[in-house]
Design a protein. Structure first.
Length: 128
């Protein structure tokens, strides 16, 4: 099974770096500047198990239009079953960290080390 990854970051350089790291793993990659550009965000109900669903979501928090936490909360309210979520962000409020911990979401602070990203991806791989 080829693992599918959605990457959301409004910073082109960060998004390109994340794509390069994910490509090393041989995953199928879909990337967007903002969650509002992706059909998984615009659907009224999640279609987990269908072609537009994914195995892993990697997202920044601070993005225009929709931030990463709002996006994850919206997916949860639509019944999304994706449980491999990694937030990569430099701006983190204490309440945000509480939300991340309560939802069992992985978090890496920017600036990040590539080995940290690979480590989380390897952890996610073990579930398949």
């Amino acid at each position: 099974m080829r693992i599918r990854v959605l990457i959301f970051d409004d910073d082109d350089a960060i998004r390109d770096l994340l794509k390069a790291v994910v490509k090393i793993k041989g995953y199928e990659i879909f990337d967007y500047r903002n969650p509002s550009e992706c059909s998984i965000s615009t659907n009224e109900k999640c279609n987990c198990g269908q072609s537009q669903c994914t195995d892993v979501i990697m997202t920044d928090i601070e993005m225009p239009i929709v931030n990463g936490i709002e996006f994850i909360n919206d997916l949860s309210s639509k019944g999304c079953k994706v449980n491999n979520i990694l937030i990569i962000s430099g701006q983190v409020e204490p309440q945000t960290m509480d939300d991340v911990k309560n939802k069992n979401i992985r978090f890496i602070k920017k600036p990040f080390a590539i080995r940290d990203i690979l480590s989380v991806l390897e952890e996610f791989e073990k579930k398949y």
